[in-house]
Write a protein that binds this ligand. Structure first.
Ligand SMILES: Nc1ncnc2c1ncn2[C@@H]1O[C@H](COP(=O)(O)OP(=O)(O)O[C@H]2O[C@H](CO)[C@@H](O)[C@H](O)[C@H]2O)[C@@H](O)[C@H]1O
Ligand SMILES: OC[C@H]1O[C@H](O[C@H]2[C@H](O)[C@@H](O)[C@@H](O[C@H]3[C@H](O)[C@@H](O)[C@@H](O)O[C@@H]3CO)O[C@@H]2CO)[C@H](O)[C@@H](O)[C@@H]1O
Length: 556
């Protein structure tokens, strides 16, 4: 796509819209406490125009942790003074339609040259919580199922759907006058996972050669290396990229992964494209930033990621304490805080009642919440359940995904009616009630780039028992009753990942819960007092932005 228009370079880093002026007046005259909040909010030293590109952002559309992060981090950055836009698809599938009800048609539409034709997309916009939420509209986003697939598996045209997203995201800062001004060319693209990974490739291959976006920079945020957006090499011409850029996306499967003797394993890999063209790379914890450079954790990209070690950093995710706060949570029947834990026992009793489990305050209630995916180690739970069910405990699992595990959860529930509940499906309210009502949260993830559920659990006084990997190891401190300055730790991080070790850690937690009440309270309170707010992570992202702008674009 060549750009004939004169370049638009003007940008207004902080916009004063009628909306924000009104808010300032309202705050100044009526809400003193809000004034305090505004004054106390840390501000960035340098403010920037930041453009997030993502396949999901809560509350509009969420399939997991990516949605949480892209729903919260942009707001945290905006509150620090940046001008922030989030670009994502406008999913319309019946269930999600109402989430986009406040987004309005911008009257801007563009034609994207790819996949053998020109595809028209339009832009919708909502200004909320100081962020410009921009929704790219196209018929391929209007489909029953979840965001990326349906009961038959992943959608066959996902490569097309997210190619459109990337092209649209590159155009949005140049053409959308949001609050009266475009974002302009000097922006910081934050591209999340494979869905957004074509953005830095497009900047390098289709914009900079024409003098556009030479002052922009890009950061690839890797939430999960398991999904890379890999398709046959024959699809390359569909992407609308110049032939000489093939090498950026080129990907050859190792022999063992090929389907037959004549299969050459040739593919294109979106995430790889961003690994080799983005200016900086961030993973969602420091532990994971090391793991991705190893053969065990790099999912085939370890050597490339190692070659970019000098621009690779890890930043642990934050949590949104407006949504995840036991003293205000709108989904809970009772509230509580670190100073008054009494509401937690009531939440437990209500959860047992809701699930139809015997209401027994003395019995440790263990929870699991997550996508039923190989990553999450459900197979270990499955193998351990017969042994665990001999103990005097209760266990509740909430999840959806792999149909085999869904079926197993249902049959396990009917086998252990008094002890086990398997809630198959996706329910945000139930996830909050499980987080509050359980005593222990189990996360035996095979790998975990950061993990949010253990952070939510700690915030809710629910003690995490996790496999010590990636972000889980970075965020859960092992319980130490013999520490010099008194007891320490917020949970148990077991390793290696074996059924025996998992059961050992769970039984340590269970016996501490039963026999050492004050130690248990200490564990709960230390977890509840941990600071995982987004503001801290946002300030670290700012540092990455500064480093990105200090250097020339990695691929000019
Ligand atoms: N059935 C269900 N019903 C309701 N809610 C459900 C649910 N299943 C999952 N969730 C919710 O989805 C989110 C899951 O977040 P995680 O970070 O734990 O994992 P995920 O692997 O999706 O995210 C990836 O991206 C994030 C963000 O960077 C990383 O933390 C993580 O390690 C990485 O794998 C939580 O908010 C959880 O409550
Ligand atoms: O927020 C949860 C995760 O969401 C994203 O993962 C999704 C992924 O990006 C999609 O491509 C899709 O994955 C399918 C995969 O492409 C396909 O080969 C097959 O293995 O089935 C997968 C499941 O349909 O769905 C993923 C969500 O389930 C995001 O990239 C992750 O970081 C988040 O953890």
């Amino acid at each position: 796509m060549s750009r004939a228009d004169p370049l638009l370079t003007f940008q207004c880093p902080i916009r004063l819209t009628e909306d924000s002026i009104d808010k300032t007046i309202f705050v100044a005259s009526e809400q003193e406490s809000e004034i305090m909040d505004v004054k106390e909010q840390a501000q960035a030293k340098v403010t920037r125009s930041v453009v997030f590109v993502t396949g999901e952002a809560s509350p509009y559309a969420k399939s997991g942790g990516l949605g949480d992060v892209c729903g919260s981090l942009p707001i945290a950055l905006a509150l620090r003074g940046h001008r922030v836009m989030v670009v994502m698809p406008r999913y319309m599938n019946g269930a999600l339609n109402k989430n986009f009800a406040n987004a309005f048609y911008t009257e801007k539409h563009i034609k994207i040259p790819c996949f053998g034709g020109e595809h028209e997309v339009t832009f919708f916009h909502e200004y909320r919580d100081s962020v410009d939420w921009v929704f790219v509209d196209h018929p391929s986003y209007h489909r029953p199922g979840n965001l990326y697939g349906d009961n038959f598996g992943a959608f066959g045209d996902n490569q097309f759907r997210y190619t459109l997203l990337c092209y649209a995201a590159c155009e949005a800062p140049l053409i959308l006058e949001l609050g009266g001004y475009i974002y302009g060319q000097k922006c910081m693209f934050v591209v999340n996972d494979w869905h957004a990974s074509l953005v830095p490739v497009l900047l390098a291959a289709k914009y900079r050669p024409y003098g556009v976006y030479r002052d922009a920079r890009s950061v690839l945020v890797i939430h999960n290396l398991a999904h890379q957006g890999v398709e046959p090499a024959s699809t390359y011409p569909d992407l609308g990229l110049p032939p000489e850029w093939y090498g950026a996306l080129e990907w050859v499967f190792p022999e063992w992964a090929r389907r037959h003797a004549l299969d050459k394993g040739e593919a294109v890999n979106f995430l790889k494209g961003a690994v080799v063209t983005a200016d900086r790379i961030v993973t969602v914890s420091q532990g994971y930033s090391w793991e991705v450079t190893t053969a065990e954790g790099g999912q085939g990209l370890n050597e490339l990621l190692s070659s970019r070690k000098s621009v690779l950093n890890g930043i642990v995710n934050g949590i949104d304490i407006n949504d995840w706060n036991p003293s205000t949570d709108k989904f809970l029947p009772y509230h509580y805080s670190v100073d008054d834990l009494s509401g937690k026992a009531k939440c437990k009793a209500e959860l047992q009642k809701e699930l139809g489990l015997p209401i027994r305050p003395d019995v440790p209630l263990i929870g699991f919440i997550g996508r039923l995916d190989y990553q999450k180690g459900i197979d270990l739970i499955k193998l351990a359940i017969p042994d665990l069910m001999r103990d005097n405990i209760q266990f509740v699992m909430l999840g959806s995904g792999d149909p085999g595990f869904e079926g197993w959860m249902r049959s396990t529930e009917s086998e252990y009616r008094d002890k086990f509940r398997g809630w198959v499906g996706f329910s945000v309210p139930v996830s909050h009630r499980i987080t509050a009502g359980c005593d222990i949260l189990l996360m035996p993830s095979r790998f975990e780039p950061c993990g949010l559920n253990q952070l939510y659990a700690m915030q809710y006084g629910t003690v995490p028992v996790v496999h010590g990997t990636g972000g889980l190891r970075d965020t859960v401190e092992n319980f130490n009753p013999f520490a010099e300055k008194g007891e320490q730790g917020t949970g148990w991080a077991f390793s290696p990942l074996t059924i025996e070790k998992m059961l050992w850690a769970l039984r340590m937690a269970i016996s501490t819960y039963r026999e050492h009440k004050s130690s248990w309270e200490g564990l709960m309170k230390r977890g509840m007092s941990s600071d995982f707010t987004w503001d801290h992570a946002a300030s670290q992202y700012e540092q990455i932005f500064e480093w990105a702008f200090m250097d020339q674009p990695y691929v000019v």
